[in-house]
Design a protein around this ligand. Structure first.
Ligand SMILES: Cc1cc2nc3c(=O)[nH]c(=O)nc-3n(C[C@H](O)[C@H](O)[C@H](O)COP(=O)(O)O)c2cc1C
Length: 157
């Protein structure tokens, strides 16, 4: 797709068709995302692809607001930053997530950014803890890797 058309077409998609996304398409998105700029070429972003329905449902319960759409996604990319590589891992991860969304649009997929970093699981009840810790436990993430966001992917309903 022409670049200006990709930019114009990208929008947040929160409802998806019940149709799988080929792994080759997800791999192409991630390959293209690896070309993103990063501070001092630190390349601190890392990605976990989730397409297991039970895991997507569990991720959708990460927060009481704003994450439910993950349940209906065909897959999701958890965007992580390796905090040992740079103090600018958030900036790098945000650029990576943006690339994922634009590449997804270019390949005919819908996407939505679901935020993790700094968010409470329940903004009315801080005792329920952080979304980040929930995602870390669910995916068994090492301490060095912090999740910035999860990009839901799928064919728009
Ligand atoms: C940093 C950031 C955090 C976001 N967090 C969420 C979220 O947790 N849940 C959600 O449904 N959308 C989330 N969004 C999507 C925005 O709501 C959306 O991009 C915005 O409303 C503009 O709509 P558009 O993407 O269709 O242009 C987030 C977007 C960004 C950039």
């Amino acid at each position: 797709m022409e670049f200006s058309k990709v930019i114009a077409a990208r929008h947040s998609v929160r409802q998806f068709q019940d149709k799988a996304v080929d792994r080759e398409i997800v791999d192409a998105i991630l390959d293209q995302t690896q070309t993103a700029p990063s501070s001092k070429n630190s390349r601190s972003s890392a990605f976990v692809v989730v397409d297991d329905k039970d895991m997507l449902e569990a991720l959708s319960e990460m927060r009481t607001y704003g994450s439910a759409l993950l349940k209906g996604a065909a897959c999701a990319v958890v965007v992580l930053g390796d905090t040992t590589k740079t103090d600018l891992w958030i900036e790098n991860a945000a650029i990576s997530a943006t690339y994922i969304q634009l590449c997804a649009t270019n390949l005919g997929l819908g996407s939505c950014w679901v935020h993790v970093n700094g968010r409470l699981r329940d903004h009315k009840d801080p005792s329920k803890g952080l979304a980040e810790d929930y995602v870390r436990d669910l995916l068994g993430l090492k301490e060095a890797f912090k999740p910035l966001c999860i990009v839901a992917l799928g064919y728009e309903a």
